[in-house]
Ligand binder design. Structure first.
Ligand SMILES: Cc1cc2nc3c(=O)[nH]c(=O)nc-3n(C[C@H](O)[C@H](O)[C@H](O)COP(=O)(O)OP(=O)(O)OC[C@H]3O[C@@H](n4cnc5c(N)ncnc54)[C@H](O)[C@@H]3O)c2cc1C
Length: 493
């Protein structure tokens, strides 16, 4: 019997709903083939290989699939919403594998009496969990831009951070326990007092499958929002840090450079741009005309060119700021910002940004339909090196792509410095070289190569730059939880 039929028969025996499909790699349906990462263009399927796809309905089925996979030498690729930017897809595989889609294990499992803790199936989409919480006027407080298409299990696996992380914390702060089926098919429950809890959160599926999560929940609040123009990124960064350390903590704190403010629509309707800038704006935000592809194909110093044009129109960086309305120290905040030369733009830019923040996926498809690629790099940088990382990474990208930057998710140690870069597709080798240059650059500044998008297959090869000899601890955890080495090949390690 061919190998794949043997695996299929064994797995069908344990899956109640026979939720099993076999596809040729090039025949994979779009929703499985594609993940949100730029990996869709470096994924080169071996069209002859057959791919087994399962969607288990409960934890027992997960455990049984993993045990059969272990017995037959099949690798398991774990998939939540597929929004991970480290790449969720199998690629260049010379061993058989099964994709395990967790979205069938979803919904609210239980709540405590006060509703301050809620357990969910790991495949629950963030937006669905928020809908459930909203019925009790509560929230999980973790609102990543990918809320509509990422799962709570995916958040735990990548330690996702929502844009209100300064106030509520990121996933690792919000989780109180996780259930895991490890690479041997054994089931565990870890609460945050267990040391293994901290290994599982952020493990990106290499130790096993997270099947359920328990999270803190919070009452819904009313917020106060304001946007401020600041004279330049350096002044902006100074006040950004000051506000992070001030009590009470802001709910929202972001610093967008001029191009990012423009393209993300934050500055729309403010400072009416000249005809030149409107042309640029149309090119940048529309990406439908031929201008952008032509400009990007030249490999020119596009970013500084665009910024020179913009500086003529006095378009500056923008801070987006939010507080819980009842905690808002209004006078103090306005005074601090004024002292740094900031000018209030009112709440409208923040509300506009909040209204659009979950639309990024459609934006990505606009770029790709214009023949352009968009990718993101978000480094976790200690405060004292943020300026250098901002400058050096822009230099690395300067001749290759148009670069937009924002700084967000501040905490006591530093912040995420987030680069969005748009480019005309180049070869896989050039793409790998670009990532390698960026990883080498930030490693000089004790920065982590990913703040919240995860490492995945794309960035896993740089893990030694970040952890040095500490990688041994990840390897030890891998051999303990997944001794047969079947979980998520190529991710992280
Ligand atoms: C437009 C866009 C905006 C984004 N915005 C944000 C943001 O604001 N903040 C942020 O933090 N991230 C953001 N991301 C990244 C992404 O949404 C997060 O990494 C998210 O946590 C991934 O969840 P997922 O369910 O889609 O996981 P997937 O993409 O399916 O998987 C990601 C990784 O986790 C593993 N995994 C998934 N589920 C499980 C599980 N149950 N058990 C074990 N391993 C698992 C996978 O194997 C993979 O290695 C964004 C992505 C996109 C495309």
């Amino acid at each position: 019997m061919p190998f794949i039929s043997n695996v299929t028969n064994k797995m069908e025996g344990v899956l109640k709903e026979k939720n099993l499909h076999v596809w040729k790699a090039d025949g994979l349906p779009y929703h499985i083939l594609r993940d949100a990462s730029s990996s869709f263009w470096w994924f080169e399927p071996d069209v002859e290989s057959e791919i087994l796809y399962t969607a288990p309905r409960n934890e027992t089925e997960v455990a049984q699939i993993i045990r059969i996979a272990g017995q037959l030498g099949v690798k398991v690729i774990v998939r939540g919403g597929g929004s991970g930017l480290g790449g969720v897809l199998p690629y260049e595989s010379d061993v058989p594998y099964v994709i395990m889609d967790l979205k069938g294990i979803d919904g609210l499992l239980k709540e405590n009496e006060k509703c301050s803790l809620a357990s969910f199936g790991a495949g629950t989409l963030g937006i669905e969990a928020e809908r459930i919480m909203a019925r009790q006027r509560r929230t999980l407080g973790n609102l990543p831009m990918s809320l509509a298409f990422s799962t709570l299990g995916g958040w735990a696996a990548t330690d996702a951070a929502g844009h209100f992380s300064t106030y509520y914390g990121r996933t690792s702060d919000l989780l109180t326990s996780v259930r895991l089926v490890d690479g041997r098919g054994d089931i565990h429950e870890f609460s945050r007092t267990d040391s293994d809890f901290h290994l599982i959160v952020g493990s990106e599926g290499i130790l096993g499958v997270i099947t359920a999560v328990e999270l803190l929940t919070f009452p819904q609040e009313r917020f106060w929002f304001r946007a401020f123009k600041v004279p330049d990124m350096y002044e902006g960064l100074e006040v950004f840090r000051y506000l992070t350390e001030l009590c009470p903590a802001p709910v929202l704190l972001r610093l967008h450079d001029p191009l990012d403010s423009l393209v993300s629509g934050i500055l729309e309707g403010i400072n009416p741009p000249s005809s030149m800038v409107s042309g640029l704006l149309a090119g940048l935000s529309g990406f439908r005309n031929t201008l952008m592809p032509l400009m990007l194909s030249g490999g020119k110093l596009l970013t500084s060119w665009a910024e020179n044009i913009l500086s003529g129109d006095n378009i500056s960086p923008v801070i987006l700021l939010g507080y819980v309305a009842d905690e808002m120290p209004a006078d103090t905040i306005e005074d601090i910002l004024r002292d740094h030369g900031a000018v209030s733009l009112g709440p409208a830019p923040v509300l506009r940004w909040l209204g659009r923040r979950h639309d990024m996926a459609s934006e990505v498809s606009v770029y790709s339909s214009a023949g352009l690629m968009i990718d993101t790099a978000e480094f976790s940088v200690p405060w004292k090196f943020i300026n250098q990382v901002y400058e050096d990474i822009r230099d690395v990208l300067a001749s290759r792509a148009l670069t937009l930057v924002h700084i967000s998710h501040p905490d006591i140690s530093g912040a995420s410095v987030y680069f969005t870069f748009v480019f005309k597709p180049f070869s896989r080798e050039e793409y790998d070289l670009l990532w390698s240059d960026m990883a080498q650059t930030v490693s000089r500044y004790s920065a982590a190569i990913s703040h919240h998008h995860g490492m995945g297959r794309l960035k896993g090869r740089f893990i030694h730059l970040e952890h040095g000899p500490g990688v041994i601890h990840i390897r030890n955890a891998k051999s303990r939880f997944d001794p047969l080495n079947i979980m998520n090949p190529g991710v992280l390690l």
